[in-house]
Design a protein around this ligand. Sequence first.
Ligand SMILES: C[S@@+](CC[C@H](N)C(=O)[O-])C[C@H]1O[C@@H](n2cnc3c(N)ncnc32)[C@H](O)[C@@H]1O
Length: 285
Amino acid sequence: MNKILQLVKRYGIIKFLMMAVDEVIHIFNKFLRELFYHWTKDDFGIKEALFWSKDIDQYMRYSKILGELKKIQSVGNQKIRILDVGAGGEGIAKFLKYSGDINKYEVYLADTNADFLTNVKLGKPVVIKGKTLSFKDNEFDIVVSVDTLEHIPKNGRNDFLKELKRVGKTVLLHFIMHDPANQYFGRDIDMEFNKWYLKNFKKENSWVVEHLNIEPPTCSEIKSILPDAVIAGTQNINVWYKYITTSASPIIGFFTGYAFLGKWKKQFSIPPYHGCFVRWQDNSN
Ligand SMILES: C[S@@+](CC[C@H](N)C(=O)[O-])C[C@H]1O[C@@H](n2cnc3c(N)ncnc32)[C@H](O)[C@@H]1O
């Protein structure tokens, strides 16, 4: 009761009620997603607007990775072994379920925060302790890490990337990059979003604050550890800002996907970028 009164005091009764209704619709929307959503290709369309408007950012990053996974075929009947580092929950396993491919993969979900792995039902949870991963060299066909690199301080990123490269034959990354010379402006637009969030929710967004407190990754840093990697920009900063602020807005957020389709999609893949996709393959054998 005390918490409710505090929220009413902070937001006013109208906004509090809108946020409460928004939460209930969101739970129902996620329930329907689990029952009916099927991922077919990396392209945000009308069914994605229906099921993902409120979580459009999560869809964009994992859909990109899933699109790449679709290009990698298994040999014979063997399952593809995949590790998601910084999964934060069911991560890539959930998206493989949406695509109907989960049974073709043996999925491991790793995170330093054990709390995020407690309710994991798809895949095998692994709590990471220390700098090294508890896996053998090349133990995985694919290692993915989504929106995690930008949460690791600069002095720990070399070791982090070297470990992904050691345990995986292919590494797929998505993260927020800031490298103006190469058209990445992740930090600038994160700052704008944080200001918007503070104004609208009277507190900072904890994930974004974590990015902002860390010197963000650059292309040369990636190239120094993964020299032959393909690096590609994702999420035009203006489009990202529009959909992240719209999707975070109570009630209106459920219309984000339709606005994306009608107005923003055509600009989505052009620079300047917020996000970065990286594909690295071990070509030594
Ligand atoms: C922003 S969340 C991303 C979660 C999920 N991959 C997604 O995109 O929705 C970042 C995650 O990285 C985890 N993390 C932070 N540092 C890590 C590290 N050194 N190794 C593995 N996971 C880490 C955090 O606990 C958190 O779950």
